[in-house]
Write a protein that binds this ligand. Sequence first.
Ligand code: HEC
Length: 202
Amino acid sequence: MNSHDFNKAAMGILMFMLLAIGVSNLTEVVFEQEPLEANAYPIDTASVASASSADVATENGPSIAELLQTASVEKGESVFKKCAACHTPDNGGANKIGPNLWNVVGRNVASKADYDYSPAMHDHGGTWSYEALDQYLTSPKDYVPKNKMAFAGIKKDTDRASVIMYLRSLSDTPHELPTVEVAEAPAEEAAAPAEATAPDPM
Ligand code: HEC
């Protein structure tokens, strides 16, 4: 009886102390976030930057061809909300502030007859390849100086790849995806063991 009560009381005190320590730790965490953040980042970016520049011969990380291998149409559809104020995506959709974007991948730049392009866009030439779209959507005013698309660009390369993947889906016959050469060697190795399993009859 007595010891039972004592245990309960001791337990109570213990719980209260743990709680008090917990709360004081919590406030420390809340108010000391900035030093934590500073510690967390440098390791990450250093390893990512060195890995991508070693694997790929580009200065700024993976190419659009590589990013498209894993890009998702669904994610791109949600990124496209940024574009929808000015562009319709559907077949036969109206031109708004910007031209309708059905079938835009592979289409000649400034080639919609019923849209009034700026002189800069009109004179640019070329087609909307994946690379061209990637560069234009990174910074519209740098890729086509003086074009009239009032859009700052998408800085995050995975978001850009997703929206380009979505643009690709806006077609009855979507443009072929680019291929990435790196995969060839492992594929041959993987095929070899299959041929070697035949002998050893039992
Ligand atoms: C504020 C309005 C606006 C927004 C937002 C916008 N655009 Fe545009 N876009 C335009 C205009 C205007 C043009 C025509 C530019 C010209 O003629 O100089 C254009 C042109 C284009 C073209 C070239 C089309 C062609 O037929 O040659 C593409 C591709 C494009 N936009 C994609 C996008 C994508 C993708 C987004 C979203 C990530 C986006 N735009 C966001 C206004 C916008």
